[in-house]
Design a protein around this ligand. Structure first.
Ligand SMILES: Nc1ncnc2[nH]cnc12
Length: 211
């Protein structure tokens, strides 16, 4: 179900405090009786981007990462802002669409609750030397099913990267706990959001989707 702009405007909002920065997220149905509070990090402005970069970097710096890896699409601004806040320059992006230079990329299949069907993550073979034997932190905007992060971790490990941490702006519900398994211990998050079920004309959080 794809919300159009007029529907979004009428949506109920969910407020979440992201490490001291409150944001109001529209509650968007993705099935008739099931909704998520949608955080489009690219629509929240540069101050929010700078804030989450600084707050995640403060939590991730003690892990002494050599390089940050971000998964397309919305992990890209997170990777850039965390890299900037750490005072580093280079980062590695795992792409979703095969750009012209990615014909021979390492590939991992994933699925997502906010995008249709099966997708894949691609690692440019040229970027392997930036990861092999290095301390790697993987970042993303939201972890929900855990499929995208799990695929990203697998790709980094196939490139012989040593994953020392995972950083996300938001954890959402709890499905990711099963998908990530032991890798949950590596996870740093700035805030948590529940998922929602219908209640009369509106939406209420599903109790089991809180942490
Ligand atoms: N709540 C959410 N906002 C943005 N992207 C998401 N991906 C999964 N859940 C999401």
């Amino acid at each position: 179900m794809k919300p159009d702009k007029s529907e979004l405007a009428a949506h109920q909002l969910w407020t979440v405090d992201v490490a001291g920065y409150p944001v109001e997220l529209p509650i968007v149905p993705i099935k008739p009786d099931f909704a998520i509070s949608l955080m489009m990090v690219i629509d929240l402005g540069v101050r929010f981007g700078e804030h989450v970069g600084r707050e995640l970097a403060a939590r991730l710096a003690p892990l002494k990462p050599d390089i940050i890896v971000g998964a397309a699409t919305l992990g890209i601004p997170v990777a850039i802002e965390v890299t900037r806040a750490l005072g580093q320059d280079h980062y590695v992006i795992l792409q979703k669409s095969p750009k012209i230079h990615l014909a021979d990329a390492l590939e991992q299949r994933i699925s997502s609750i906010t995008s249709k069907g099966e997708q894949r993550l691609l690692l440019d073979r040229e970027a392997i030397p930036l990861l092999a034997g290095r301390r790697v932190v993987v970042v993303d905007d939201v972890v929900a099913s855990g499929s995208s992060l799990k695929g990203a971790l697998e790709l980094v490990r196939r490139a012989d990267g040593n994953v020392v941490g995972i950083g996300v702006i938001l954890t959402e519900a709890r499905d990711w706990q099963e998908a990530l398994g032991a890798d949950c211990a590596l996870l740093h998050s700035l805030a948590h959001i529940p998922q929602f079920t219908r209640h009369g004309a509106g939406w209420v959080p599903i109790p089991e989707t809180f942490l």
